[in-house]
Design a protein around this ligand. Sequence first.
Ligand code: TXE
Length: 482
Amino acid sequence: MTKRYGNLINGEWVDGESFNMNVNPSDTRDIIGEYARASTAEAEAAVTAARAAFSAWSVSTPLMRHDILMRASKEISSRAEELGHLLSREEGKTLPEGIGEVGRAAQVIAFMAGEALRISGERLAGLVPGSDAEVTREPVGIVGVITPWNFPIAIPAWKIGAALAYGNCVVFKPAELVPGSAWELVSILHRAGLPAGVLNLVMGSGRQIGAVFTSHPEIDAVTFTGSVPTGRSIAKACVSGATMKRMQLEMGGKNPLVILDDADLDVAVECAVNGAFYSAGQRCTASSRFVVMDSIHDRFVQAVDRRLRTLRIGHALEKDTDIGPVVDQRQLDIDMQYIQVGKQEGAVVHSGGERLDLSTPGFYLQPTLFTGVQSSMRIAREEIFGPVAAVIRVRDYDEALVVANDTNFGLSSGICTTSLKCATHFKRHSQAGIVKVNQSTSGLDFHLPFGGRKSSSYGPREQGRYAAEFYTIVKTSYTSAG
Ligand code: TXE
């Protein structure tokens, strides 16, 4: 009998009417657990509980919030191996990647614990004689948190950690495919001492629970990471109800990595392979377009191909695995369809391109490198979200910059070059929220702002001290001595 896990509503664990099976993508015979699906009524009860808890929590001392978050952070880091194992088992990233993500969750919550102590404002002289003005920050209120499957603990940690640090209450809906890590995170925060109702967990259908978040008058703000179509529908719903909600939407990417002919080839190959194929390419910051200068093109492609042949694709929990499976059958079908589309468009599969049948039944795909890609092709324009990258050949830096920016997305971008002039120009003119020089487009620091431009993001940045822009609301008060 598999273990069952309930939702957390008003400080109580409650079973749902039905349960979701949590299946291991490395071995579909392995069922991790059954996770309750919240009903609409339960999601509404969670919002009511959060509202009831808000009056005390919003004026709790910063030290209380700091201490609770620090206790949670310490438990997460002391259990990093166990939680990393669970994460890799349910999502399919390799064990070192899973453990690393858990460590990141602990760090980001500790950082946010510190932010609770650093909430500040401004005091200015008013324009009327004898008048003073203060600009202060208050919590936004009740925050609906909706997260995707590709970072099962880090994304929930950086959203929930920030929300709680600034004195907000939370109703949290994790992705259906990875409820295990989310459940553990909530359990840890709950046991760290959060009062009942401050943090609620409602696992289940995005459409159903999402509708409660976007329409319930007691929800003040919604923070979401996921696909562009879902983000767009959340945005419409958030502004069409009686109370217009603050929103923060983090969505897809089609991130370019530019390789100039003066690049250190080893650095360029490492950036490319790490950025495009690790975590099976399932990162919103993954490099999915390599924009490569003609004069280094063949050497670069051959070197990437050689490196890909050394990678071991396999069960996420096995020691020697470099790249695990993709997350589920649906994502594998999408990846295979795009590989087909690329071929039909006239691009050439230079490496990989095939499904792999291994000793355990899972969703394994070879890392796939397309050459001969034009910027107008669908595989160069649409987010695939798998281990598939496209090489676009360009004449020079100027053309590379145009191609890099030729996208509806704008999350991260990178350039490999030893030219200070080109690196400096690229940092200024790349239309992305995050720009990397001689580094993978993936892999970001938790104390710095995270977010994109164009269709990749909508609303204020996440992480670092910039998180305050979303999770607090500014108040301007005027005082005369009377
Ligand atoms: O995303 P969704 P999914 C992209 C990637 C991937 C695709 C689908 O291209 O192939 O999205 O992934 C909840 N109202 N990214 O299905 O559907 C849902 O339950 C409110 C890119 O995971 O956007 C989940 O919790 N919520 C991305 C979350 O939204 C709704 C990371 C994300 O689901 C909802 C992940 C609704 N109507 C996927 N419908 C990135 N770039 O970081 C669903 N949800």
